[in-house]
Structures are given as structure tokens and as C-alpha cells.
Design a protein. Structure first.
Length: 200
């Protein structure tokens, strides 16, 4: 399920000329780019994930907000971002994470948990929808590589002017991600929503 609708795209971009069919075709591609950066899926769905269990029985699913768990689950929803009361009796503990706490090694197991979580077009955060809309606009209305955001030597409009030294302005070729190249500031705007459990 997509979290950006065509009417919302129009509101966010002001673009009424790009065909709605083309916009709707590009939305899933934009969502894949954002999901890759966020390291979490966006849309609402039931999922089963293998997650590290913290010392207090918490796990942090990738898809948020967490909306429900199966009626038979022995764990429960703590808040939009966490499940609580997860224990070794409900999942397969296949790998461990080792924490070094004050010189002590603590082994955290992983447990398999099932839950329903994610956003829809009415609940998705504004900043995520805005980045998605900008990405879709850039995909459907690509700019030339050598436009004014690239290698301008000297440009001016009234009192404003821009000029770049040898090599031009920093761009995608100099290490910017595709997400940043297409939507400057996107990574900053999305950082708060990034799934950060990284124990590999």
C-alpha cells in the first residue's frame, strides 16, 4: 500500500501537468529509495521479523507505528515503536549480540515476532510524504545534468549571482547519494525516522 496519493502529490508539489498515471507509476520507486535510506518499510502490513531482545524484554520493529499483534501473542505493544514482554519462549534464538557493559559481556538473543505496523496515506509523516513527492517530481521532470545546480561558471539574475571554481559545485559524482542528489536535504529530514538497530 502506497503512503503517497496522487492528490497529496499535487498538494505538495503544485504539479498539475504531469500525467497522474506517470506519477502513480513512480511513487513505488520513490518509496523504495526512502525505505532503503530509512532501513524500514513504509506501508501497513503484517510482518514477522527476527529482532534483538533487549535486557528488559523490548524489541524495536522496523515498521512503525506498531498497530497490533496477534491475539495469541504473549508480548504486547508498548508504544508506536516498541513491543514489550518478549521472551525466549516465543521465538527462535538463532544469533546473539554481545554487549560490553562495564567489562561484562551480555548476550542478547534474537526472537521472531509478528506484528502489524506501518503508515498509510493519511497517517504518514509530512516530511516523508514531502520527500517522496519531491523524488517523484524529479523522476517525472528530470533536470539536465548541466543545469544551474551543476557546473555553473557565472550566472546572474539582478543582484544575485553564482559562480563555481574549477570542477564546479559539489554534486552526485563527488559522493552525494542518489536520494540527496534528487532531493537536497532529504537525509536530514528523514533521519529522525531511520531504524537504527545495527548490531550486525
Amino acid at each position: 500500500m502506497s503512503i503517497l496519493s496522487y492528490p497529496r502529490y499535487v498538494v505538495l508539489t503544485g504539479d498539475t501537468t504531469t500525467a497522474s498515471a506517470l506519477v502513480e507509476e513512480m511513487i513505488p520507486e520513490a518509496e523504495r529509495m526512502v525505505e532503503t535510506f530509512l532501513r524500514r518499510p513504509l506501508g501497513i502490513a503484517e510482518r514477522t521479523e527476527l529482532l534483538y531482545v533487549e535486557l528488559d524484554g523490548f524489541v524495536y520493529p522496523r515498521a512503525v507505528p506498531v498497530l497490533s499483534v496477534p491475539a495469541t501473542a504473549v508480548y504486547e505493544i508498548y508504544d508506536d515503536y516498541a513491543l514489550h514482554c518478549v521472551s525466549g519462549e516465543i521465538g527462535s534464538f538463532l544469533t546473539e549480540r554481545v554487549l560490553n557493559l562495564d567489562g561484562y559481556h551480555v548476550h542478547l538473543p534474537r526472537a521472531s515476532v509478528t506484528y502489524t505496523g506501518g503508515w498509510d496515506a493519511t497517517t504518514a509523516p509530512y516530511s516523508i510524504q514531502r520527500v517522496l513527492a519531491t523524488l517523484v517530481y524529479r523522476m517525472t521532470n528530470p533536470r539536465p545534468v548541466d543545469d544551474d545546480t551543476g557546473g555553473a561558471q557565472s550566472k546572474s539574475i539582478g543582484d544575485a549571482s553564482v559562480s563555481y571554481g574549477t570542477g564546479g559545485a559539489p554534486g552526485f559524482a563527488e559522493g552525494r547519494s542518489a536520494l540527496e542528489a534528487m532531493c537536497p536535504g532529504a537525509e536530514r529530514d528523514l533521519q529522525f525516522y531511520r531504524w537504527t538497530e545495527d548490531y550486525s
